[in-house]
Design a protein around this ligand. Structure first.
Ligand code: HEC
Ligand code: HEC
Ligand code: HEC
Ligand code: HEC
Ligand code: HEC
Length: 666
């Protein structure tokens, strides 16, 4: 009776929780008799025939059923078009509107329908037999705007709890290094063909004594989360004295060098604070004098950093954060020696947390290290790590040991209830997902893990950088202004490009090396901020972003254009009888003529950076892509332009001619 009452009360709340809509679409993939539900930002997909559609399903033929609502502000006529390699059916408001199939070349079909004001339920059913790479893109247009992919911001769906849970559990399993202690046997491959994050290691502790101060080491070992609430290193079952012993041992591994640190005067400190604001450190970190974690914005504390790093080593860390930790989430800003020294001086002058002096027994520490730390960390001396229960026993145990509410004899990762449930849900799967991965999933995980939206606005949401913009004035108050300016920065630090369309915009090859930090130039030299390098995951993120937008990794090769066309393109770029693009855009070595209008990117980079399809879409309607852009529209109706004497005044022909000309500029 009582249970029935509780049940009756519980049902409405569950129903309410389940009804909470989120942005994007819900997608259920099925293959080999299994299914997996996840969220997609767009009604689009690209799956290479040599990889699975999602990490949780076997390779081979698959189905994908996408459901979501398109919300429009007003009743009106919209045309939908689908491009497909595979078979697809699209229905809107219960009516089938498109049914198309394509093989080697993608098939295209379109249909005009009425959408009602408010939510219009859409169902997209897709099948691919795995003979070719699978491809799907749903576009739309109306009288108000030219053809574009249906944007992420108009979709809403009811999220699937289970799919999100196993994904979170899988990521926790990898990033918390469970398999370092709990041997997974054949379930885990270490040859790079599995889930990439399984290859990530904890930072190495080679020469730890030369880099870290002993009192900080002891405090960190005793309880990492007391120093940094975001720490992923577990709290281990050690006493204060044992932690002090291990710190004493680590202090013997490497001697601190007496670094010559220049006294930090006002100018240096002002510059350092300026970099901290302008470069975007402030988007991921609270200022070094702040001692309360900013959980709301997911920012990492730096107050302890003065007590952590040995003299001179903070600047080294800032210049190369991946030196001892190749999978670090702290990106590489390619700082100059001066920038690193200025930032370091500013942080050290303000990071005031202190830790008590402790003495310990290094010999006892050495043994404790081998027993407690060597599974995750490498030092100068190799130590074989003892193993805990095998993975099979962990799976059978459920919420025990490390997964119990309050671990006492096992490592404590500080998991929330939801996180523990997520790991358990993941461990109940067949663990196939540890042996394989899919780029689109990888990109989404890493964008979250690496916190790209700290700086980039995405899918209609502000970046953290924009949210905390108010802190910039104080940070940059004593920083020098750029040459030739009496106040402010060139372009505000927070004007970082939107991440939303980058998967469609950029050539994955270029984008991957840019995200990794290997691109040789800065496309927007006028920006006060800078894109830092994220190392190894860069290529996978770029590939996955392209796949999320339903695009292959490379465009089909284009034939060289006719000379008449390239010459027309050249003319259209210029001031004389053209659009005067060169007013804002440099082209190769020729500087823009009126740069202060609104600087644009050097167009000589366009064809190596951009995909042809995006260039066209951008030229037709820049504001549909970036609502903040200063780039003007050159065709009001996306059909004709003001320049009537070149290529019949047709917008698409003229913009293509510009593209063809740009292909000749190398
Ligand atoms: C540093 C080594 C280490 C890491 C990393 C680690 N564990 Fe453990 N785990 C232990 C030890 C030690 C125990 C307790 C003794 C034992 O079960 O072998 C334990 C126990 C467990 C148990 C109970 C096993 C049983 O047989 O009762 C579970 C479940 C568990 N861990 C899950 C996890 C998960 C999930 C992760 C990753 C989030 C993880 N562990 C990471 C060392 C580790
Ligand atoms: C995209 C987010 C991001 C940005 C931007 C960023 N950091 Fe970090 N930083 C991190 C993360 C995450 C860590 C923790 C290291 C890890 O988990 O791998 C970290 C670690 C650090 C540490 C060491 C903290 C410790 O406890 O050892 C310092 C110092 C630091 N960052 C300074 C900076 C400075 C200075 C800048 C700007 C030039 C900056 N960070 C920009 C994410 C970021
Ligand atoms: C489950 C794996 C794991 C175990 C076990 C572990 N650590 Fe860590 N440790 C990490 C990770 C991951 C980090 C990076 C910071 C973070 O995310 O918490 C870290 C960071 C550190 C750092 C700072 C390194 C740097 O470059 O900033 C030290 C020092 C350290 N650990 C010492 C130890 C010691 C000593 C032990 C044993 C008592 C130990 N760790 C056990 C995973 C582990
Ligand atoms: C510290 C702030 C910051 C973080 C964090 C950051 N970015 Fe950027 N990103 C920028 C800035 C600034 C630019 C513009 C750089 C330029 O053009 O010179 C940029 C540009 C880019 C571009 C090129 C866009 C274009 O149109 O040229 C890509 C792609 C990109 N970022 C992806 C990422 C990804 C993926 C992540 C996370 C792994 C990330 N960014 C994290 C600041 C950041
Ligand atoms: C009033 C200044 C202005 C004029 C005139 C202008 N643009 Fe732009 N353009 C911009 C701005 C601003 C951006 C966005 C830069 C950014 O992403 O930070 C841009 C971006 C672009 C891009 C994307 C570049 C990339 O690599 O990301 C292309 C391509 C482009 N413009 C082409 C043109 C062409 C072709 C013309 C002439 C038909 C033109 N623009 C005229 C200001 C201008």
């Amino acid at each position: 009776m009582r249970n029935a009452l509780i049940l009756a009360l519980a049902i409405p709340t569950l129903a309410m929780a389940a009804a909470e809509k989120q942005q994007g679409l819900s997608v259920t993939y099925s293959a080999g008799g299994k299914s997996d539900t996840t969220t997609s930002r767009l009604a689009a997909l690209y799956v290479s025939k040599s990889s699975p559609s999602t990490p949780f399903l076997p390779k081979g033929p698959f189905k994908a059923k996408m459901t979501g609502d398109i919300t429009v502000p007003l009743r009106g006529e919209y045309t939908f078009a689908v491009e497909v390699r595979g078979q697809v059916k699209v229905s809107i408001n219960g009516q089938e509107i498109l049914d198309a199939a394509g093989a080697a070349a993608a098939q295209y079909a379109d249909k005009t329908v009425q959408l009602t004001k408010g939510a219009n339920p859409v169902v997209v059913e897709f099948f691919n037999d795995n003979e070719e790479d699978a491809l799907l893109r749903l576009d739309w247009w109306s009288k108000e705007f030219p053809r574009e992919p249906v944007p992420p911001t108009v979709w809403t769906h009811t999220p699937d709890v289970e799919g999100a849970k196993v994904r979170e559990g899988r990521m926790l399993f990898a990033t918390r290094h469970c398999a370092s202690c709990h041997d997974g046997g054949a379930a885990i491959v270490k040859d790079g063909t599995g889930m990439p994050e399984m290859l990530a290691t904890a930072p190495d502790l080679i020469d730890a004594g030369a880099r870290f101060k002993q009192p900080w080491l002891a405090a960190w070992i005793e309880n990492p989360r007391a120093i940094r609430p975001d720490a992923t290193m577990p709290h281990l079952p050690l006493t204060k004295a044992q932690a002090a012993d291990i710190a004493a041992y680590l202090a013997t591994t490497g001697k601190p060098v007496k670094a010559e640190v220049k006294p930090a005067d006002e100018t240096v400190l002002g510059k350092g604070a300026g970099h901290f604001g302008n470069l975007g450190c402030v988007a991921c970190h609270t200022a070094p004098d702040v001692t309360e974690a900013d959980r709301e914005n997911n920012r990492i504390l730096l107050a302890h950093v003065g007590a952590k790093f040995q003299s001179g080593t903070l600047a080294e860390f800032l210049k190369m954060p991946g030196m001892h930790n190749p999978w670090t989430r702290m990106p590489n800003f390619r700082l100059t020696d001066d920038e690193a020294a200025e930032l370091s001086a500013y942080i050290l002058a303000n990071a005031k947390a202190e830790f008590p002096d402790v003495k310990g027994d290094a010999e006892s520490g050495r043994k404790l290290f081998a027993a407690n730390c060597a599974a995750c960390h490498q030092t100068t001396e190799p130590a074989p790590a003892p193993k805990a229960s095998a993975l099979a026993a962990v799976i059978a145990a459920g919420q025990k040991g490390c997964l119990s509410e309050k671990p006492d004899k096992a490592p404590d990762f500080g998991f929330t209830v939801a996180q523990r449930e997520a790991v358990v849900a993941f461990l109940k799967t067949d663990l196939l997902s540890l042996k394989q991965d899919a780029f689109a999933d990888f990109a989404e995980r890493q964008i979250h893990h690496m916190n790209c939206t700290a700086c980039h606005p995405r899918d209609g949401r502000q970046s953290t950088f924009q949210i905390v913009e108010g802190e910039l004035a104080a940070l940059t108050a004593n920083a020098p202004h750029p040459e030739g300016q009496t106040e402010g920065n060139t372009v505000p630090a927070t004007a970082v490009p939107h991440l939303t369309w980058l998967g469609e915009k950029l050539q994955p090859g270029w984008s991957g090396s840019f995200i990794a930090g290997a691109a040789p130039y800065k496309p927007r030299p006028w920006l006060a901020s800078r894109m830092p390098g994220f190392g190894a995951p860069g290529v996978g993120i770029a590939n996955g972003l392209a796949f999320q937008h339903g695009l292959p990794l490379t465009d089909a090769p284009q034939a060289a254009a006719d000379k008449v066309v390239t010459e027309a393109g050249h003319k259209l770029l210029g001031a004389d009888g053209g659009f005067n693009c060169v007013q804002c855009h440099a082209v190769k070595d020729v500087a823009a003529t009126a740069v202060f209008e609104a600087p644009g990117i050097n167009l000589a980079y366009s064809t190596e950076r951009l995909r042809a399809g995006y260039f066209r879409r951008w030229m037709l309607a820049p504001l549909r892509i970036d609502p903040d852009t200063k780039m003007p529209k050159f065709s009001d109706d996306a059909v004709a332009t003001q320049i009537t004497d070149v290529l019949e005044g047709k917008a698409d022909k003229q913009f293509d001619a510009i593209w063809q000309y740009l292909r000749t500029v190398k």
